[in-house]
Design a protein around this ligand. Structure first.
Ligand code: TXA
Ligand code: MG
Length: 322
């Protein structure tokens, strides 16, 4: 049986004891909930891959509680130090060259010579990593290919009894996964959009940061190869009308949409007043809700492709892929 527990000294003890035995625990972060295991223990990490049904070629992010903690395992380039000072703790993941004596398991990095690292800002995530002492590998706590979880209930719905303990701490306030920045070459490249934008990084680094979302022959990140975030109901993007039997994922004003015939639970608005941050935080929860209606498809209104809108549209595009 899975247990959903609030963060208390007792649940912390329990989480640490499971992690010490090589097990997995679902933990809250400010982006999405993560399925955490000891990043230095290949068997623990293999359990994460197995629990999610994730292909083992797709490497995981290792999470640390502070820069000092991280620097025990990974060396930071000048660019990495600048981005770290600006955005950590927070919703940014850096891909860095792996040190050969680095204790993080090859299984975590899927055998690559680079490693993905992040210092989450969520105080509960930080406390758990600190109490454990070693980095935690943590992908989003959902079955591979499904919509990412932004609450403990989402984790339980997706993974159920496959995970012994879920630490519950409200809704992830950002709601989309961290921005992934590849620093393994001369210049930073953004591989996955999130709350921190390429422009935010460019402002810190003093040069233009390229965006490469892998929509070509040679994706730089194994995760870019995979179908993702897919509800069971088909998704129709950039909708300006609604067809019979459809549900509507709205954004901003719906004045021009023919919504009067829709049952009230068939329409959810990501943000009535068009706030992209609010929209990101609601995205996965609303996709899950609309997916449960048995609608013929989910029509999604156009969402501006600026700022965190790039991350929202990236997830929606992958969700709409057949
Ligand atoms: O917000 C987040 O980042 C959440 C929370 C739990 O921290 N975690 C998360 O992990 O989204 P995951 O495993 O779902 O996404 C990690 C992404 C994948 O697309 C993976 O392919 C990419 O990072 N990645 C990991 N290591 C990499 C590497 N060495 N080179 C290129 N891409 C890498
Ligand atoms: Mg994921």
């Amino acid at each position: 049986m899975t247990q959903i527990q609030p963060f208390t000294p007792q649940s912390l003890d329990k989480a640490i004891s499971i992690l010490n035995k090589g097990g997995c625990v679902a933990i809250p972060t400010e982006t999405v909930y993560g399925l955490a295991g000891d990043a230095t223990n290949g068997e623990a990490v293999a359990k994460i891959f197995e629990t999610k049904g994730r292909p083992s070629f797709n490497p995981l992010i290792s999470h640390f509680y502070s820069l000092d903690h991280l620097q025990r395992y990974v060396e930071l380039s000048d660019d990495a130090k600048q981005l770290a000072a600006a955005f950590w703790p927070g919703a940014m993941t850096l891909i860095l060259p792996r040190r050969h004596n680095c204790e993080i398991s090859d299984v975590t990095c899927a055998g690559l010579d680079t490693i993905a690292v992040r210092i989450p800002a969520h105080p509960t995530a930080q406390s758990i990593i600190k109490a454990f002492g070693k980095p935690l590998a943590a992908p989003s706590a959902n079955t591979s290919g499904e919509v990412s979880p932004t609450s403990a209930i989402h984790v339980a719905d997706s993974l159920g009894d496959k995970v012994p303990l879920i630490i519950a701490d409200g809704q992830s306030n950002i709601g989309v996964e961290s921005t992934v920045i590849d620093l393994s070459n001369d210049q930073a490249i953004l591989l996955r959009p999130g709350a921190i934008t390429a422009q935010d990084c460019a402002d810190v680094l003093g040069y233009d940061v390229a965006i490469d979302l892998g929509d070509h022959d040679k994706p730089k990140s194994p995760g870019q190869l995979l179908k993702h975030y897919a509800p069971k109901t088909p998704i129709r993007l950039k909708a300006f009308d609604i067809t019979e039997g459809e549900a509507l994922l709205a954004f901003g004003s719906t004045k021009f949409m023919p919504t009067s015939k829709l049952p009230t639970d068939y329409i959810l608005n990501l943000s009535d007043n068009g706030d992209l941050y609010e929209a990101a935080s609601n995205l996965f929860a609303y996709l899950r809700k609309l997916d449960q209606l048995g609608a013929s498809s989910i029509a999604v209104m156009d969402i501006p492709n600026t700022g965190i809108g790039l991350a929202i549209n990236d997830r929606l595009k992958r969700a709409a892929e057949k």
